[in-house]
Design a protein around this ligand. Sequence first.
Ligand code: GLU
Length: 512
Amino acid sequence: MSTPIRVRFAPSPTGPLHIGGVRTALYNYLFARKMGGKMLLRIEDTDQNRFVPGAEEYILEALRWVGIDIDEGQGVGGPHGPYRQSERREIYQKEAQRLVDEGKAYYAFDTAEELDAMRKRLEEANAPAAQYNAITRMKMRNSLTMSADDVRARIDAGEPYVIRLKTPRKEEVRLNDLIRGWVNVHSSAIDDKILLKSDGLPTYHLANIVDDHLMGITHVIRGEEWLPSAPLHVLLYRYLGWEDTMPQFAHLPLLLKPEGNGKLSKRDADLGGFPIFPLQWTDPTTGQVARGFREDGYLPEATVNFLALLGWNPGTEQELFTMDELIASFDIAQVHKAGARFDIQKAQWFNHQYIRQHSDADLAPTVQQQAEAAGFSCSIEKAEKLVALLKGRVNFAHEIFTEAGTIFNAPTMYDEAIATAKWNDDAVRAVTVFRDALQSFDGDFLAETIKHTLSDAMQQAGIKQGKIMQAMRLALTGSGAGPDLMLTMEIIGKDETIGRLERALETLKINV
Ligand code: GLU
């Protein structure tokens, strides 16, 4: 029987989750679901200096909002907990100690000044990269250069120390990335990275590898920014004796600026006026608010669809995917190597598509709330009609009310060009006749019946309807184009319709 697929999303709670992080979580989720595997959530909070209150809750809420269900981990529980790394420190300490005991790691006592001095020396000597490695470590204060007694005495006296990986001098490190293919690195290019810090907490590298192993992770799917760390991780698996069950790696492409050149930044988002976080975030220290996809009016299904296609496509023309369709089509081998352009207009297009698919009843409360906040009385029935009328014209639900402006507000001005071209004798006669017909109208004031009333009235008066429709629209809305006019009249009601027709007759002058 093959090993069950297990993937994890492992964010650090250092602030709001970046939208790229949501894409990473989504690809993990799609892969897990497609393969019948499990999706874990682990919180990587070992860097206490970068811990931000509220960030973990934000991560959980963002995942919930886009519809990523966690099978095991933080917030859900499971047999491999705790899933917050700060609660697992003994586990990492034990493994770090094992590496020291086996001669694969060592204690280092160097102070910040000593490390600085080493860096300077190397820079002056034009060394290719300032590193603590197989050569330089022999000139530093560590358990490789000091006597065992000296080391013990210092530790017993409480002198601060770190544990560093003893990187081999000449070894080939290889990994076969599912997206990038073979990556080969010579161990001389790998630093003697710190595994355990002087506060007793592990660094990201140690904790990440220990947990992926203990949690039975089979595939590590994460952002490209972690590719440079991957050889070190392979080395750690080897040293810890876990290489034969090492997960497979897949490093996802970077998200690029909307114009396509360079990595997407917060500044691009600020300048472009678009969000790069899933949910709005208020910085607990500065009170600064960063906008979110949710609060900006993006629907979760549009956000998911947009993110899914940032770096992957199924190789067909299909663009609209439900989560289930994504799961069915997703293939990690089809993820691109090249960066993915963060085309926010595409996100808006997706939102437009999904707004249209939403039921009128779903979107009506937003419209009703906005209308009432602006001082209009708007029943939920009326709001639903507005949605039906306008949802095809907008990218966001909140734009429906803006679009509804001409419906709620009687015109105060009339489009000059249309008035000049269309407000003529026939138009005046048509509007007058229609007004009269409406005055004697009784029954339900609905688009269908209004339409009949209008065409009957025009027929009786001998007026060609096609010739006067723009003038009729001008009288009712002030402009020459807009949504279905019969529905517009139904929404504003009979009295308002008659009122607007009368005002137009008084205000508009025929240009001769
Ligand atoms: N804690 C890392 C992050 O914030 C996890 C990287 C990984 O998936 O290995 O992205």
